[in-house]
Design a protein around this ligand. Structure first.
Ligand SMILES: [Fe+2]
Ligand SMILES: [Fe+2]
Length: 275
């Protein structure tokens, strides 16, 4: 039975990676901007908990998969997400060490929310949340790889961490969605959970961003918030640009590969080999 709906010639290949980011993490690595640095650092803080949630959610539905192709895609997905979890956890620990951020204050509410979700939310809705978050992630990273304006002023090593993660997110973007469809997930749940999942994700990220800015003595800096607002919503406007593709997930006939953006992976691979 065919359950994978990725392009016929598509493969998912986990890549080896290593990053030496100590010097970059010790300073405002994104164009000397405290807000932009804290934005990406806060996103990185969210990654290990998100990846743990995605891995567990998909693992609960392995019995629903009859398609050998989807089985092998799930395995590659699990390896990629486990690598992302490990890399970002190491980066986050290093970041707290070199900048003095309080890891417990950062992760306490995330861990409590994760535990609440695990106990109170049915497994099929957690899987819907995974599919929805994978879509949001795929939209954001495709935008990041398509334009060179998000990391133009950033430390190259930090940019490479996000490009590496982004490329693998594009590669496995349909896996959780196809497992959700195979498990008989409903359109209603998919739509409902997308909205709540995004609220959780963005509110969590902004909470950590505020903790970091507070620690750095920049929480009440009008300049930082004005330039941060511009970065997110005006120019380059990464959240503004994500708006329309994000809502495609609500369409009844949506599938992640309706937007075949694998050329972004090829371009990144070609650039990496030429260095
Ligand atoms: Fe990931
Ligand atoms: Fe992912």
């Amino acid at each position: 039975m065919q359950q994978s709906r990725s392009p016929k010639d598509h493969t998912i290949s986990p890549r080896r990676s290593s990053f030496d980011l100590r010097a970059a993490l010790a300073r405002d690595w994104h164009g000397d901007s405290a807000f932009r640095t804290a934005w990406f650092n806060a996103l990185s803080m969210m990654v290990p908990y998100g990846e743990r949630f995605f891995i567990d959610s998909v693992n609960e539905f392995l019995d629903e998969i009859d398609d050998p192709r989807l089985t092998s895609e799930v395995h590659a997905f699990l390896v990629q997400e486990a690598n992302h979890l490990r890399q970002h956890r190491a980066v986050n620990k290093l970041l707290c060490d070199v900048r003095g951020y309080d890891m417990q204050a950062i992760e306490g509410p995330i861990l409590r929310r994760a535990e609440w979700t695990r106990r109170k939310v049915p497994a099929i809705r957690r899987l819907a949340g995974t599919a929805a978050n994978e879509h949001l992630t795929a939209v954001l990273v495709a935008d990041m790889l398509r334009h060179d304006d998000l990391f133009r002023d950033a430390d190259p090593g930090m940019a490479e961490l996000w490009y590496w993660h982004g490329v693998e997110e594009i590669e496995h973007k349909s896996v959780a969605f196809d497992v959700y469809q195979a498990a008989g997930g409903s359109l209603k749940d998919r739509r409902l959970v997308q909205i709540f999942g995004t609220i959780f994700f963005l509110s969590g990220t902004f909470r950590i961003l505020c903790l970091m800015l507070k620690h750095d003595g920049k929480l009440w800096s009008l300049h930082e918030w004005a330039s941060g607002f511009k970065f997110l919503f005006v120019k380059p406007g990464l959240l503004r640009r994500a708006f329309v593709p994000y809502f495609r997930f609500l369409r009844k006939d949506f599938h992640p590969w309706q937007d075949d953006d694998r050329y972004l992976i090829d371009e990144w691979e070609a650039k990496r080999q030429s260095v």
